[in-house]
Design a protein around this ligand. Sequence first.
Ligand SMILES: Cc1cc2nc3c(=O)[nH]c(=O)nc-3n(C[C@H](O)[C@H](O)[C@H](O)COP(=O)(O)OP(=O)(O)OC[C@H]3O[C@@H](n4cnc5c(N)ncnc54)[C@H](O)[C@@H]3O)c2cc1C
Length: 543
Amino acid sequence: MQIPIHEVPVLIVGGGATGLAASILLSRLGMRSLLVERHVGTSVPPLATGLTTRTMELFRHWGIDTRIRDYVLDVDISVSRGQTLAGVERHREALGFPTADQARAVSPAQPVICSQEFVERALRDLAGASPLAELRFDTQLVSLSQDATGVDAVVRVGISGRESRIRAQYVVAADGVASAVRRHVGIPMLASTRTIDYLAVTFRASIDHLARGRRCAVYAIEHPDVNGLLVPTSRGGRWVLCMPYDPAREPRLVRDLPALADKVRTAVGVADLHVDVIEASTAQGATQVAERFRAGRVFLAGDAAHELDPLHGMGMGTGIQDVNNLAWKLAAVLQGWGGRSLLDTYESERRPVAVRNAARSNGALQQLSGLALDMGFGYVSSAVIGEPGAMRGGVDEPATVAAPGRRAPHFWLQHNGRRISSLDLFGQGFVLLAGPEGDAWIEAAAKVSLAWSAHIDTVVLNERSLGSNAVERWTSHMGLDPRGAVLVRPDGHVAWRSAGLRSGAVASMTAVVATVLGRDGEESRTLTGTVLHPAYAPSRRSA
Ligand SMILES: Cc1cc2nc3c(=O)[nH]c(=O)nc-3n(C[C@H](O)[C@H](O)[C@H](O)COP(=O)(O)OP(=O)(O)OC[C@H]3O[C@@H](n4cnc5c(N)ncnc54)[C@H](O)[C@@H]3O)c2cc1C
């Protein structure tokens, strides 16, 4: 019997946080996608709990931050060290996250502690709500091959074993540390630490009160018999004990529920504690980054591309930012407004971030604040037009002034009668922010948008939006002359800025857009008679 073929522009393999975020982002950009996840549902056990400021910025933008807040734990985002949970605290150290006030100074969002399973459920519901996204759980990718025009994948459904074929233009491999896709395309991981085995025990016990007023996100247990991390994961007394272990020495431990309950009692420090072990699983961990993030039409993202130390709480956020970077590039190429070379910039922009986060995992770069790591980096690639002498790559505190390659700064403004963050303007196309006297850039953007079929939304930052000190605020946020302009990419990073108005705004914008979209050397065309995808129909708006 012939296996049916399903054609789709983008196949996403893996329904963890990275894959689900990819599905949401592609739908928001008007792209169809199919996600396959081998498990019947989202993540169990709950692993990640720390959500960074930048992650929460995106969740706020997608409207799921309030739902996630229902599950947020009211804890100090730090690690408390001691021999047991009930014992005396020996030391407290920050987890590298900013305080709410530090985050508030640069962002409309704050970092939170919320278990991964609640996050993934919220992401799954949002992803599944789009008619452009198909989510197939209980479906495993079993093989993959590619040719010059696309990728062929075979997927198999749960216990029925029914197989189907998928033909996709591009594949996002978000299938985790043990990525089968990565193996299929032959990309090695470059490990910078030795691999360790660990055991995660999810359990329920009434122990919240034992932390005695030092409610922390993580408790590092330094007991002679149990060396591991105790992590609260819900408001209802569910915790995880994560500890290194030796499968050769204790091969049966993972199934030995009484022995696991004893480990929990030792870590907690209460010998007769009632413990319900819900689940136990083993995994291997190392700090490692894939040698390449791309093989032809296949892109690695999330843990499939980089594995980071769990204690630094950056794995999930780094994966979500990977696909925030990749999704608009895929949409641009598939919808015809980006050149193929735009896709090369995914690896050149995201791999250095992963390498840097891996270095932090290994104890380097301790001088950098959590905020700097989370969003103070700059991309250097052909999708960014740098300024001579300006810092473009590297890591710094999050910019409060727009700089090419960096996340565009957050500031509050009035827009259509509402108070919004500047970040609320980004996500669905390019956005040109023009200074109070930058009208010529607005007109140029409208023309270039039509000529290149690229969606460029325009916003004038003037007295109505920024108040009576508009010029001063514009200068402080953008560091520009009132006649200047800033072009922001759909991922919220600055593509280019112009200090003031030079003659030939249309010619300048044309060159900028052609370079950023990887369409250098192409003749731009007028679009008479061409129908744009509704998501990309140019519009003009003014704050
Ligand atoms: C103990 C621990 C604590 C952590 N704490 C934090 C934290 O506080 N903050 C943080 O940001 N990160 C943390 N992390 C890291 C975080 O959990 C990961 O970075 C994150 O889960 C990666 O998401 P992902 O979607 O890339 O991969 P995964 O979550 O691994 O998802 C991959 C998915 O792909 C599916 N899959 C695999 N193969 C196939 C196939 N062939 N076909 C179909 N589907 C497939 C899997 O079933 C899985 O659902 C922690 C990790 C651990 C282990």
